[in-house]
Design a binder for this molecule. Structure first.
Ligand code: 2IT
Length: 445
């Protein structure tokens, strides 16, 4: 590593001791934008990277609520408002027992670059709680959402900070959060995205992350004169992202053979299609967070406690959570003939896996691949501001255009001298430029 980069990273590490996920995300960005940063000394002079790696504001709060047995529960809530240079803070809320400040700082940092790549006016933010939705009743989930919003409402607003869903936060939770915000503020505004269709939600938003990921993969393949037709695909997860990706992958002629949960993965040699994809919604609504019932229902193999990366596939798309695909998994995939890995989860691959995949096959990072979700959130904000709704074709066409454009930006900034595309570099530099220029234009604030 270049001595100057090391000095910079060491400085960030000192300030953020033990925040491994945040440091992993920062290191990847700094390493890939460094050359560009050095060639443009005005960024260095304005200490843009020092400022970008420090969140504008971190809000941390107590979330007390009462469970169904009458017992008081206490969770911790967060909102990391990372960067507002190009628009109001924008990013999801994650409800998962693994949520920590480090995790949300990594996600907020990544979100800043991702949102910039969408070309829509959205800054970066992320929030959530260590609340575990698994096994909770619908009433408990409602009471938790209300308690969470009872504090968050004073920090957000349609022109300030616009949260959305992420792991553990889907349409039902956004509905409860929106209801509580509206009650406290006495105001009906587009303060959250991913809303129900009846109260300002956008068509295609539930599908957008998965659809966008497949549109991006389609572009990666097209560049090599290839397509999704006949390709076998391993997906992990079975939530919102995997669901959308499965629908679109099948529509474009691919064959999805795996899905996974915290309990293990299923291998479906016939392919996950139609009614099987519908069944994922049922599984999710059960609040159990297990994939095994899929194996029972469709008579396919279930691999307990394992990850799908041991199967022979053409394409692997992690759709579950950060660092879910490591270097060993990557080696196995490559040895089995896998030609493309695209992260639909945020930082789905460990740093060494992402590096190896970039060297040996085609690899694209989450901030490019999964930007379709927040992009359609941005379109939801536009529709809310205009007080009208676009139809399905209109939203889908815009999503298509945005993903194609992100792919172009990655090629523009990520093409190496040997002609290979380093999508990590392309996405990081492409996302960096707009935010950096806006920060310089706005002075030292
Ligand atoms: O990681 C992400 O981009 C999201 N969870 C979606 C954020 C959003 O504001 O729609």
């Amino acid at each position: 590593m270049d001595a100057k980069i090391k000095e910079f990273i060491d400085g960030v590490r000192m300030k953020n001791t033990g925040e491994d996920e945040f440091l992993q995300a920062v290191e990847e960005v700094v390493e890939t934008v460094w050359d560009f940063y050095r060639e443009n000394p005005h960024y260095q002079k304005a200490k843009i990277l020092e400022r970008m790696t420090e969140p504008e504001r971190v809000i941390m709060f107590r979330v007390p609520w009462v469970d169904d047995s009458g017992e008081v529960q206490v969770n911790r809530g967060y909102r990391v408002e990372f960067n507002s240079a190009i628009g109001p803070y924008k990013g999801g809320l994650r409800f998962h027992p693994s949520v920590t400040l480090s995790g949300l700082k990594f996600l907020g940092f990544e979100q800043t670059f991702k949102n910039s790549l969408t070309s829509l006016p959205m800054g970066g933010g992320k929030g959530g709680s260590d609340f575990n939705p698994k096994g909770k009743s619908d009433n408990e989930i409602m009471r938790f959402c209300q308690a969470f919003m009872s504090e968050l409402y004073r920090h957000i607003g349609p022109n300030t900070d616009v949260p959305a869903g992420d792991i553990g936060v889907g349409g039902r939770e956004i509905g409860y959060l929106f209801g509580q915000y509206k009650k406290l503020k006495n105001e009906f505004t587009g303060v959250l995205t991913g809303k129900g269709q009846e109260f300002g939600g956008s068509l295609i938003r539930p599908e957008a992350t998965g659809f966008g990921a497949i549109y991006f993969v389609r572009e990666m393949l097209a560049l090599k004169g290839d397509s999704l037709k006949g390709k076998t695909i391993a997906l992990s997860g079975f939530g919102n992202v995997a669901w959308g990706a499965a629908i679109k992958a099948v529509e474009l002629g691919g064959k999805v053979v795996t899905l996974s949960g915290p309990d293990g993965y299923i291998y479906d040699p016939e392919g996950v299609s139609e009614d099987k994809i519908e069944f994922l919604l049922e599984l999710r609504a059960s609040n159990q967070d297990i994939i095994q019932p899929y194996a029972e229902r469709y008579g396919v193999e279930f691999f307990e406690g394992k990850k799908p990366w041991e199967q022979k596939v053409d394409i692997a798309i992690p759709c579950a959570i950060q660092n879910e695909l490591n270097e060993e998994d990557c080696k196995t995939l490559i040895a089995n003939g896998c030609e493309l890995i695209a992260e639909a989860s945020n930082m789905g691959c460990t740093a060494d896996a992402a590096f190896l995949a970039t060297e040996k096959i085609a690899f694209a990072p989450g901030k490019a691949v999964n930007a379709g979700g927040v992009a359609v959130s941005g379109l939801e904000m536009s529709q809310n501001s205009m007080r009208l709704n676009w139809n399905e074709q209109e939203v889908d066409q815009r999503l298509n255009d945005i993903m194609n454009n992100i792919h172009k930006v990655c090629v523009q900034y990520g093409t190496e001298l040997n002609g290979k595309i380093n999508y990590i570099k392309g996405a990081n530099v492409g996302g960096f430029v707009k935010v950096a220029d806006a920060m310089i234009a706005q002075g030292v604030v």
